[in-house]
Ligand binder design. Structure first.
Ligand SMILES: O=C(O)C1=C[C@@H](OP(=O)(O)O)[C@@H](O)[C@H](O)C1
Ligand SMILES: C=C(OP(=O)(O)O)C(=O)O
Length: 409
């Protein structure tokens, strides 16, 4: 479905949006619940990625198709590998079959797992024969995806002797590892993260515990972008959020101050307000701890006529699409001057945005969601708009609440 977006009205002040639960917290919590049935979960994500995780966890044998969900692919690999009696082929979309899984497979094999590649070595689909994993020490490269590490940590308390993980090289997406550890702690598992070593104690049973999933901060980023592109005084309330988030993307609160957006926290919601016009012609940020907001920030900068240099983006080429390449192509269509290398993107301040451009989304929810706020500046078309359901199925409905006009072409 193609959506033509425009914004004929003045920005509406004081709108409130309820955003679905974090997909990262959801998929971790679901795995913990499968291992420890005493775990109860509130505010689950209604995303496709959450749904495929739930369905996958119920499977005992046969094929499990997780579509585009990276977390489900990685977390379920570790889960099935450690479940005696379960035998599955874990597969995903065409793109998922291009996203590497070798580091995790090798780590699990080191622990005693039986996993075979069905097609190409190092990539899904994979055939997993669940086994009791009897080793308790493993080492793996940490600079490709933190999801491999989280996958091992999540199954760690169910192993007989717990697990000691040695992380080799520079650790990427660190907040996601800390989120995993925090959720383990919340269900009563002892964890320790010192230097390059993580230790997780074994746990037979957990007390009755409710994990309350905070709403998704990566999804909140699109509203930060909208407020940044609106006039001073524009205000949006988002729920349910908290000041001490487990999600690294909550760094938005700090970063968007550079775009003149202030955040305040009340009981369970945040209020984001445009308080000033941004002063800096160009911003520089290292996003190795928050890779999922790179597209949002790049588009905000374009919309504000600002330049940016975003670094630490070495993981972007192996996400839902090669996000550095996709950003460069789509921003260039809109009139921006863009340069990329293996781990960064640089955009020169751009005065005029080309109108009527159709943005290709490359099966990547964040391409659709990140470019949509530009409708505040110009009319644009989003191709394959329903791709947003990967993490935020209600996105278009929620933009409608804010006064965006969406016409199906
Ligand atoms: O663990 C997680 O929930 C995630 C980790 C990050 O991936 P990488 O560790 O591969 O950067 C992030 O991009 C992804 O959206 C979710
Ligand atoms: C990278 C992402 O997801 P995943 O790796 O879980 O597919 C994302 O949602 O931006």
């Amino acid at each position: 479905m193609k959506l033509q977006l425009s914004y004929p009205k003045k920005p509406l002040i004081n709108k409130a949006i309820k955003i679905t639960g974090s997909k990262s917290e959801t998929n971790r919590s679901l795995l913990l619940q499968a291992l420890f049935p005493n775990v109860n979960i509130e505010n689950l994500s209604n995303s496709d990625d959450g749904a495929v995780m739930q369905k996958g966890l119920k499977t005992v044998s046969g094929e499990v198709d997780i579509h585009h969900a990276g977390t489900a692919m990685r977390f379920l690999t570790a889960y099935f590998a450690s479940q005696e009696g379960k035998k599955v082929v874990l597969t995903g979309s065409k793109r998922m079959q291009e996203r590497p899984i070798k580091v995790l497979v090798e780590a699990l094999r080191e622990l005693g797992a039986e996993i075979d590649y069905v097609k190409e070595r190092g990539y899904p689909p994979i055939k997993i024969t669940g086994k009791k994993l009897d080793k308790s020490k493993v080492s793996l490269p940490a600079n490709i995806s933190s999801q491999y590490i989280s996958a091992l940590l999540l199954i760690a308390p169910s192993l007989e002797n717990g697990l000691e993980v040695e992380l080799v090289g520079k650790i990427t997406s660190v907040p996601y590892i800390k989120m995993t550890l925090a959720l383990l702690e919340q269900i009563g598992v002892n964890t320790q993260f010192e230097g390059n070593t993580i230790k997780i104690d074994t746990k037979n049973q957990v007390e009755k515990t409710t994990l309350v999933v905070e709403s998704d901060w990566s999804s909140a980023s699109y509203f930060y972008s909208i407020v940044a592109l609106c006039e001073v005084g524009t205000e949006i309330k988002l729920s349910s959020y908290k000041e001490n988030s487990l999600q690294g993307d909550s760094v938005l609160e700090e970063i968007y101050r550079d775009f003149g957006v202030e955040t305040s926290f009340s009981a369970n919601e945040i209020t984001i307000v445009k308080t000033a016009h941004p002063q800096l012609p160009t911003i520089t940020y290292d996003l190795s701890n928050a890779p999922d907001i790179a597209q949002t920030m790049a588009v905000t900068c374009l919309g504000l006529g600002m330049g940016c240099h975003l670094t630490g983006l070495h993981t972007l080429p192996i996400k839902e699409t090669d996000r550095l390449a996709a950003l460069k192509t789509e921003l260039t269509k809109l009139g921006a001057k863009v340069a990329t290398d293996a781990e960064s993107i640089t955009i020169k301040p751009t005065k005029a945005i080309t109108s009527g451009v159709a943005i290709d989304t490359y099966h990547d929810h964040r391409m659709a969601m990140a470019f949509a706020p530009l409708a505040l500046r110009t009319t644009l078309v989003i191709n394959d708009a329903m791709v947003v359901s990967k993490s935020y199925p209600d996105y278009w409905k929620d933009l409608g609440i804010l006064g965006f006009v969406e016409e199906e072409l």
